[in-house]
Design a protein around this ligand. Structure first.
Ligand SMILES: O=C(O)c1ccccc1NCC(=O)[C@H](O)[C@H](O)COP(=O)(O)O
Length: 245
C-alpha cells in the first residue's frame, strides 16, 4: 500500500499504514494494532464544531460547494477553522472547482487537505498534491466499481473515498454494497462513506476490506444539515476506537 504523501507519521501509524519510506506490497492495513481513521464531514455550525473538535476526530471536513446545505459560505470565519487543534486534519470539500480557487480557499482557512467530489482530473489532483495538499478523490459507487478507471489517479492521490451514488454529489445519506470493494487492488488507501451511522460501528470495526483505512461520518450525525450532534459522534468514536488508541 502507498504511504499517503502528506499524512503525518503518527496518523499513518494509527491507521496501520506504512510510514515514510516503508513501502508495502500488501493492500491491507499493516502495522498493528491499528484503528480506522475517522473523518467528520460537513461542519458548519460554530458551537457543534467546537464540541466535535473536542472529541478529536482525525479529520474534519468543510464543504465549499455552494449547492450543498452544508456549504460553509460566510457562516464560519476562516479564523474559526484555523484555530482548531493542529492534530485534526482540516479538509476542504469541493465539487468541480478550479485549482486556483481551491488553493486560495485552503490558504485562507488553513486547510491541509482537499476532498474532490466532482469530475476532477488526475492532472488537477497532481497540481493540488504538488502544491502540498493531501488529496482525497471521491468516487460515487452505484451497482459496480471499475477500479481500472481509477488507475490514472493513483500517483496523485493520498486517499480515495468511496461514497454512495445519489442525486447529490455527496451527503446522500445512503449506504452502498460494501462487498463491491472486496476486490479492491490499488495501492491507495481509502475511506468508506455514505450513510454511515452508529448502528454500523460493530460491523465496521471487524470489516476486512483491502485498502480500507477510514470512515466518513456526515448526515446520520446531524440534528440539521451542517449541525453535527456531538453526542452521536462521541458514541461512534468510542465504538470505533479501541481503548487507549
Ligand atoms: O454532504 C454534502 O452536502 C456534500 C455535498 C457535496 C459534495 C460532498 C458532500 N459531502 C461529502 C462527504 O464527505 C460526505 O460525508 C459523504 O458524501 C457521505 O455523506 P452521508 O451519505 O450523508 O453520510
Amino acid at each position: 500500500m502507498k504511504t499517503p504523501r502528506h499524512l503525518p507519521a503518527d496518523v499513518a501509524l494509527a491507521a496501520g499504514l506504512p510510514g515514510p519510506g516503508q513501502a508495502s506490497e500488501s493492500a491491507t492495513r499493516l502495522v498493528g494494532p491499528s484503528r480506522l481513521l475517522v473523518k467528520v464531514c460537513g461542519m458548519r455550525d460554530a458551537a457543534a464544531l467546537a464540541e466535535v473538535a473536542a472529541l478529536k476526530p482525525d479529520f474534519l471536513g468543510f464543504i465549499f460547494a455552494p449547492a450543498s446545505p452544508r456549504f460553509v459560505g460566510d457562516v464560519l470565519a476562516p479564523a474559526q477553522v484555523q484555530a482548531l487543534p493542529a492534530s485534526i486534519w482540516k479538509v476542504g470539500v469541493f465539487v468541480n472547482e478550479t485549482t486556483e480557487t481551491m488553493l486560495a480557499t485552503a490558504a485562507r482557512f488553513g486547510l491541509g487537505a482537499v476532498q474532490l467530489h466532482g469530475q476532477e482530473t488526475p492532472a488537477q489532483c497532481e497540481e493540488l498534491n504538488e502544491a502540498g495538499l493531501l488529496v482525497m478523490k471521491a468516487f460515487s459507487v452505484g451497482k459496480s466499481v471499475d477500479f481500472d478507471a481509477l488507475m490514472p489517479y493513483v500517483p496523485h492521490c493520498d486517499f480515495f473515498l468511496f461514497d454512495t451514488k445519489g442525486a447529490a454529489p455527496g451527503g446522500n445519506g445512503a449506504v452502498f454494497d460494501w462487498d463491491l470493494l472486496k476486490h479492491y487492488h490499488l495501492p491507495v488507501p481509502y475511506f468508506l462513506a455514505g450513510g454511515l451511522g452508529v448502528e454500523h460501528a460493530a460491523e465496521l470495526v471487524t470489516l476486512q476490506l483491502p485498502g480500507l483505512v477510514g470512515v466518513d461520518l456526515n448526515s446520520r450525525f446531524e440534528t440539521a444539515p451542517g449541525v453535527k450532534d456531538a453526542r452521536r459522534v462521541g458514541q461512534m468514536l468510542a465504538a470505533l476506537r479501541p481503548p487507549h488508541s
